[in-house]
Design a protein around this ligand. Structure first.
Ligand SMILES: Nc1ncnc2c1ncn2[C@@H]1O[C@H](COP(=O)(O)OP(=O)(O)OP(=O)(O)O)[C@@H](O)[C@H]1O
Ligand SMILES: [Mg+2]
Length: 256
């Protein structure tokens, strides 16, 4: 059965895209057929996967969300076997306003996925840093939510609001939405604050926190500029090892 996971947190720069790209790539490396959907007008997941701008202009999520073509027609292959992507770019900027009067506007992505008959094991959706139309569509389309939390001061700020939105979506629009887990990112072992934040988060959220913690790792921040997921850029880096561990945890523990 296909599992759809959205990576969301309205806070900016917490590691959503890095997690979406590298979770998708490590699941594909485990021979799970995976589709990464870039649901952010910044298009970071698309460029981070090395998709050419020209290709993105021709095939992107906007074309399908706006009803012009089925999702299947904007899926692009990647250099990783078993991994495809639906790219995005600034075309998505206006959708919130453009779709304001449309019926079922928050179910657009869900309906596109429902009509997609390709055999994927996992669909990973990278969300923008807001709780607007696109994140709402991603939450409504997903079975699971992963929330990346940066191990910094204010990490949990706004989390209550996000979890409340999840509760609303679950009760009104998508009863199957489940918290897959909170993922601690950019953990710096030498920084006392990182330790304190991770302890606090674990105290609050207990079993809902992934055992895997993503370390702060320069190789992880370099890899998107080469258009490569970390396992293709530097498989021996601590970042690569951590994301491989995350996909192993997800495949093994049965929560997702
Ligand atoms: N574990 C890490 N170690 C070092 N740098 C990281 C790590 N994770 C992410 N980064 C870097 O931090 C920045 C923000 O990460 P990323 O783009 O994944 O966050 P985001 O939540 O998707 O941001 P946005 O909210 O803008 O979409 C990027 O430059 C990325 O390369
Ligand atoms: Mg991002």
């Amino acid at each position: 059965m296909r599992k759809t996971i959205c990576i969301a947190n309205q806070k900016g720069g917490v590691g959503k895209t890095t997690t979406a790209i590298n979770l998708a790539a490590t699941l594909a490396a485990a021979e799970k057929k995976t589709l990464l959907i870039d649901c952010d007008s910044q298009g970071n997941a698309s460029s981070g996967m090395g998709i050419e701008q020209e290709t993105i202009r021709e095939k992107n999520l906007y074309h399908s969300l706006s009803g012009r073509v089925p999702l299947r027609e904007v899926i692009v292959g990647t250099q990783i076997p078993h991994l495809d992507i639906v790219p995005a770019n600034q075309d998505l900027i206006g959708v919130e306003i453009e779709f304001v009067n449309l019926e079922d506007r928050e179910k657009k992505l869900r309906n596109l996925l429902k009509n997609l008959d390709a055999a994927y094991d996992f669909i990973i959706i990278d969300c923008p840093p807001s709780l607007g139309f696109l994140t709402l569509n991603a939450l409504v389309a997903s079975d699971y939510l992963i929330i990346p939390l940066q191990c910094e001061y204010f990490a949990m700020e706004g989390l209550g609001y996000l979890l409340n939105t999840v509760r609303l979506v679950k009760s009104r629009l998508n009863p199957s939405l489940t918290l897959g887990g909170i993922l601690l990112t950019m953990f710096d072992t030498r920084n006392l604050l990182s330790h304190r934040v991770s302890e606090d988060v674990k105290k609050h959220f207990g079993k809902n926190v992934f055992n895997t913690i993503i370390p702060r790792n320069v190789r992880l921040s370099e890899s998107p500029s080469h258009g490569l997921p970390i396992i293709m850029y530097d498989i021996r880096s601590r970042g690569a090892i951590a994301y491989m561990e995350l996909s192993r945890e997800i495949l093994a523990n049965g929560r997702i």
